[in-house]
Design a protein around this ligand. Structure first.
Ligand SMILES: *Cc1c(COP(=O)(O)O)cnc(C)c1O
Length: 501
């Protein structure tokens, strides 16, 4: 049975999985969504005997039906290998009354590695299957982590180029250093004088610009997206929720069929949507707990049914969640609108034009398995300190948002019995200063690398290779531009000869 993907904005536009991966975005700004989500065809007992790669195959084969077994196993094998610092790939650890699913054991020590280590293989395999001769240009906007993870995934992959835009003053010093030191002749990293939404809007515009796309084609290029709107990002993210469930089962912490809670620190809504898709596949979930920082657009949406991005944009210690437009939420909106592209389009137009939309009561009723809340900056710092002091576990600020929101959920609902998995999305080493300051303000006088040494002393966890690598690396990318100049930068990178004066 082959699974078809449809656009959230046009009922007529369909694609196979490989075409949806190649295109990234559907026409008119729509997102590709699976027409149905097939049920898992192996039991959880069977899955509990498998390793990460085997579980990945069982989940992904159902979503990417036009990949052969050989192709898919090749992609999985190439992605989930020694790049990760543990064979478990995504270890599940118990601390302070919850199960932390550590998604930060890849190359850039954050959860985006989970999908971006496999996307280049899914993409080049998709190109081959569809007889594409153009070189693929990955164009992406990042609030910090996607950028480095995408760069690390695509650097020196033949037949690809990658261009990353990031908000010049909106990422952590370590995030920035990681990106601007990126090696590989096919890579370009550019800071823009604006916030993440400016970068993302600029990138979306270029994807939709027919003239620009024609120009690319004439130069032998075509755009594709590595952003979390690509289904090649979403599908690999479904895997670790199923995997976490099988570990709980294998450890006897739950029985097969028992429902769990899943808490996800959320920005673009990709990671939590993957959990929702996994539940559509048969993963037993009680609540999806959507955790926001001070940019609490999603909390307001889940409590009122109105999505309103007209508000002040707040820079927080969890920059990868500093987002006012959660792009992947559109996929959930489409679903609860009864897979109605026209209804979804009306809402998205309203978002585009007025910055706000409200869903209907029948749509709202379908959100009963979601719980939203948020954690303020003081709460995040307090949570890091509290869990460290009571348990010895040191969390990054994104994970701490989730951890704090889980506490609020327990208090609000009285549900303290359901086994709960918290997506732990970054290593504390990626946000050392915020983490160490939360534990003790007097650390603030130290340099970033001294702080890494101190963190290692406190946690007993060795400094990851990703941090050691940038201690001495040379800055290779120095371009900074205004948001209006993004297109010119792209063109001059791809066709430098045309731009020599
Ligand atoms: C990207 C990111 C998030 C948010 O994930 P979404 O899929 O955008 O909701 C949370 N934490 C970290 C560390 C991230 O890099």
């Amino acid at each position: 049975m082959s699974l078809i993907y449809k656009s959230t904005r046009n009922a007529e536009e369909t694609a196979t999985a490989s075409v949806a991966i190649l295109k990234g975005l559907a026409g008119e700004g729509g997102l590709f969504v699976p027409e149905t989500i097939p049920a898992l065809d192996v039991s959880f007992e069977e899955l509990a005997k498998m390793d990460y790669r085997q579980v990945a195959y069982e989940v992904m084969k159902l979503m990417l039906t036009d990949f052969t077994e050989e192709e898919l196993k090749y992609c999985i094998r190439s992605a989930y290998d020694e790049k990760f610092d543990t064979e478990l790939i995504a270890p599940l650890v118990s601390h302070a009354g919850a199960e932390y699913l550590e998604l930060f054991h890849g190359k850039t020590i954050a959860f985006k590695d989970m999908a971006l280590s496999i996307l280049p293989y899914l993409l080049t395999t998709s190109a081959k299957k569809n007889h594409i001769e153009n070189e693929i240009v990955i164009l992406t906007a990042t609030s910090g982590d996607t950028g480095k993870a995408a760069l690390a995934g695509f650097a020196d992959v033949p037949g690809t180029k990658i261009i990353v835009f990031y908000p010049k003053n909106g990422v952590s010093p370590i995030q920035e250093k990681q990106m601007v030191t990126q090696k590989g002749d096919n890579t370009l990293v550019v800071g823009i004088t604006g916030n993440f939404d400016d970068a993302q809007t600029g990138v979306k515009k270029m994807f939709q610009d027919a003239e620009l796309n024609q120009w690319l084609d004439s130069c032998g290029y075509q755009f594709s997206s590595a952003n979390s709107i690509n289904i090649g990002r979403l599908v690999p993210q479904m895997v670790y929720y199923v995997y976490a469930y099988t570990r709980l089962l294998a450890e006897g912490k739950i029985h097969a069929g028992e429902k769990i809670n899943i808490v996800v620190p959320t920005g673009n809504f990709g990671n939590i949507l993957a959990a929702y898709y996994a539940s559509n596949m048969g993963l037993p979930v009680n609540k999806f707990i959507c955790a926001s920082n001070d940019n609490k657009v999603l909390y307001d949406f889940f409590t009122t049914g109105t999505y309103d991005k007209n508000r002040e944009f707040v820079l927080t210690t969890s920059p990868s969640m500093d987002i006012l437009i959660s792009s992947n939420l559109e996929r959930l909106i489409y679903r609860i609108a009864g897979d109605d592209a026209a209804a979804n389009l009306t809402l998205m137009k309203s978002l585009n034009e007025k910055g706000v939309y409200s869903i209907t009561d029948p749509m709202k009723e379908q959100l009963s398995s979601f719980y939203g809340n948020y954690a303020s900056e003081a709460e995040v710092a307090g949570q890091i300190k509290k869990v460290y002091e009571s348990d010895g576990y040191i969390m990054d600020p994104h994970t701490a948002v989730a951890s704090r929101v889980y506490e609020k959920y327990c208090k609000d609902t009285g549900d303290t019995e359901t086994v709960t998995v918290i997506a732990s999305t970054a290593s504390p080493y990626k946000f050392t200063r915020s983490v160490m300051n939360a534990i003790d303000r007097s650390y603030d006088t130290k340099t970033d690398f001294e702080l890494a040494d101190e963190l290692s002393k406190l946690s007993g966890i060795p400094i990851p290779q990703a941090i050691e690598d940038i201690r001495s690396a040379e800055v290779r990318h120095k371009t900074v531009c205004a948001k209006e100049d993004m297109e010119t930068i792209v063109k001059s990178f791809l066709a430098p000869n045309l731009f020599q004066k």
